[in-house]
Design a protein around this ligand. Structure first.
Ligand code: KIV
Ligand code: ZN
Length: 388
């Protein structure tokens, strides 16, 4: 069988993810996340933005020193000061990456940077070259690429590649694009930038319209071979593309994408929990892959189906992403089969008659308190032991 192409996972939980309101992490916590990302086998960890503060610089430096077997990136604006600090932070990494960015949309050039397109081109040329003089791997990002003039964007990428960038990122900074549009943009860039096939094209999406994962997958279909993602999709405003969603979409639907990642998917739940714990950002119960309800079947028909054959209502196994057994949440819609299965797991084998009574008590309890936890089930089962 032919090995399929690999899409690299560039994890930005510690940089863009940390930009989530309230998600600040200590150095110790960042190191814990980095350790989990290594266990997950991501390809690159974006450790932070060293020029942002002395704490950021110290954290990136520590991660670069201690993290082995993975590339470590540091973000820098296209200024000499940022690039010098970024290099200082990651110079001890096994595989350092300087990630230089400059906005390319007219809105940003005029209202934020107050520079012309010509000046932007010049800045990309000199700053990418400066970063390249330090570091063998330089990524260039055109901030707000999806609202930039396409031909100007291609000109910028051409200049960045000629100055030494080997990764070209096309960020949807404000979560504005749609899958069809983003896919077309990647095709356009591939058709109009001369050296583009010699570099890695990267996708970076935000979730303002809830399309970050769909947009990232569309970019992969159009040739992106690196995706920039965060655990649990945390990040600026509505967040970034969720790592776990892209990884499992590629794994569950290989015929749709034909590429794979190196991620150890069994580590996804642990990664989600570490990030949620250190950032204090809870994961919504209905979050794909890692939410408490992602593999929970409450309705009786669903529970019965899953117990007969998991594929009836599950497109991937919970174990494949780190969960234990399928999580049957018991509530008033649960059937007798579901109750019996859970009781057996808890060590109780009731007779048909006992189960009938147990089920009645269970429904009454579920109506009162919405969901019934194992502790309640033990109580019900114990009462039934006294029933013949
Ligand atoms: O969203 C964005 O444009 C970014 C860049 C710095 C890559 O995070
Ligand atoms: Zn971003």
């Amino acid at each position: 069988m032919e090995a399929s192409e690999v899409v690299k996972i560039f994890d930005t939980t510690l940089r863009d993810g940390e930009q989530s309101p309230g998600a600040t992490m200590t150095i110790e916590e960042k190191l814990q996340v980095a350790e989990q990302l290594v266990a997950l086998r991501v390809d690159c960890i974006e450790a932070g933005f060293p020029a942002a503060s002395p704490d950021d610089l110290a954290a990136v430096r520590e991660i670069a020193r201690r993290t082995k077997g993975v590339a470590v990136a540091a973000l820098a604006r296209a200024t000499a000061g940022d690039i010098d600090v970024a290099w200082d932070a990651i110079r001890e990494a096994e595989r350092p990456v300087i990630h230089v960015f400059l906005a390319t949309s007219d809105i940003h050039l005029q209202h934020k940077l107050n520079i012309s397109r010509e000046e932007a081109l010049q800045r990309v040329k000199t700053m990418v070259a400066r970063a390249r003089a330090y570091c063998p791997t330089v990524e260039f990002s055109a901030e707000d690429a999806t609202r930039s003039d396409r031909d100007f964007l291609c000109q910028v990428f051409d200049v960045a590649i000629k100055a030494g960038a080997s990764i070209i990122n096309v960020p949807d900074t404000v979560g504005y694009t749609t899958p069809g549009e983003y896919e077309a943009l990647f095709h356009y860039v591939r058709a109009h930038v001369p050296g583009i096939e010699q570099v890695t094209l990267s996708a970076h999406c935000h979730d303002d319209l809830g399309m970050a994962t769909a947009n990232t997958l569309a970019a992969i279909r159009a040739g992106a071979r690196q995706v920039e993602v965060t655990i649990n999709g945390i990040g600026e405003r509505a967040g970034n593309t969720a790592l776990e969603e892209v990884v499992m979409a590629l794994r569950t639907r290989p015929e749709a994408f034909g590429v794979e990642t190196r991620v150890q998917a069994e580590q996804l739940l642990d990664a989600s929990r570490v990030v949620s714990r250190v950032t204090g950002l809870p994961v919504q119960p209905n979050k794909a892959i890692v939410g408490l309800n992602a593999f929970a079947h409450e309705a009786g028909i669903h529970q019965d189906g899953v117990l007969k054959h998991a594929l009836t209502y599950e497109i991937m196994t919970p174990q494949s992403v780190g969960w234990g057994d399928t999580n049957l949440v018991l509530g008033k819609h649960s059937g007798r089969h579901g109750l019996d299965a859970r009781l057996r797991k808890l060590g109780y084998r009731l007779s048909a008659e006992q189960l009938k009574y147990a089920y009645k008590s269970f429904i009454a309890m579920a109506e009162r308190q919405k969901t019934v936890v194992d502790h309640d089930l033990v109580y019900i089962a114990e009462c039934m032991q006294e029933t013949p």
